[in-house]
Design a protein around this ligand. Structure first.
Ligand code: R5P
Length: 284
């Protein structure tokens, strides 16, 4: 029998996945010692197969995932499948300066020690899957990002804020069924400062959907929206797979004039309008 085990930051998605798979959810306890150390466990777990679902949205979430993997093994699980809806540290996939770690590799190695299989949704670069042992399976959930968009988009343009995300924009356009695609050029100056160079696409009076894999501080998206506003755009919707929406990202985007922010439940936020549970269930 299989049981779904949820990390504390992925409880809504784990429950949705349990419904999709028609499998039970394990009772899970998340505790913390007075010195700050975590203790996540699975009282009464006695199944052969565990699917641990945990987005590693923080360092604590990473640690909690390692504890849950270990706890189900300790309780007798013969097979452990790890679902990383959002892989934290995934963007640190190279040593960008001398002396820096390849953080994505370091966390992938740790996650690999107590699992038989790993699935992760739309990793920032698919190559990070190779840091896991065995290689992780990437799950593409981007097509569902078209679901919450209004049916009456005016002569729509589906844009990505940089060339790397154009495939996502194309996927959302294809799922929507109508519209042009294009991408901007992005230069990142720091963690919160980016410069967006517009393309030649004519957006005047047209509705635009800007799609990226992650919205973190919202700097990339708000710069892109600013460029669009200067060009007389109609409505602007922003979509992403992983709505990290750190710090003041929602306010920044709202002030930039976006109509709506849509993301998936790989990270559970107010913007998580789309569930990746069906895409995960199809792979499991
Ligand atoms: C980076 O290349 C990613 O695709 C996103 O564009 C980036 O993570 C967004 O970050 P922020 O919202 O902080 O600009």
């Amino acid at each position: 029998m299989t049981t779904i085990v949820s990390g504390s930051a992925s409880q809504t998605l784990a429950a949705a996945l349990a419904r999709e798979l028609e499998e039970p959810l394990a009772p899970v306890k998340y505790d913390r010692f007075p010195d700050g150390e975590l203790l996540a466990g699975v009282p009464d777990f006695d199944d052969d197969r565990a699917i641990v679902v945990a987005s590693t949205v923080s360092s604590d979430a990473h640690l909690e995932l390692l504890q849950l993997q270990d706890a189900v093994r300790e309780a007798g699980a013969e097979e452990v499948v790890t679902v990383l809806p959002y892989m934290g540290y995934g963007r640190q996939d190279a040593a960008f300066e001398a002396g820096h770690p390849v953080s994505a590799r370091a966390v992938a190695r740790a996650v690999s020690t107590s699992t038989d299989r790993v699935l992760t949704v739309n990793p920032h670069e698919k190559a990070v899957c190779e840091f896991f042992e065995p290689t992780a399976t990437p799950v593409d959930a981007a097509g569902r990002l078209a679901d919450p968009l209004p049916a009456d988009l005016e002569d729509p343009v589906f844009l990505s804020p940089d060339a790397g995300a154009i495939e996502l924009a194309e996927t959302v356009r294809d799922a929507y069924g109508d519209g042009e695609t294009d991408y901007f050029e992005k230069t990142r100056h720091s963690g919160t400062e980016v410069e967006i160079t517009p393309s030649d696409v004519d957006v005047a009076g047209r509705d635009v959907v800007v799609t990226d894999d992650i919205i973190a501080t919202g700097s990339t998206m708000s710069e892109a929206v600013g460029v669009l506003r200067d060009r007389g755009v109609g409505r602007v919707f922003v979509t992403c797979v992983h709505p990290l929406l750190a710090r003041n990202a929602v306010t920044k985007l709202s002030r930039a004039g976006v109509e709506a922010i849509y993301g998936t439940d790989t990270i559970e936020r107010g913007a998580s309008a789309v569930s990746v549970a069906p895409a995960l269930a199809a792979e499991l």
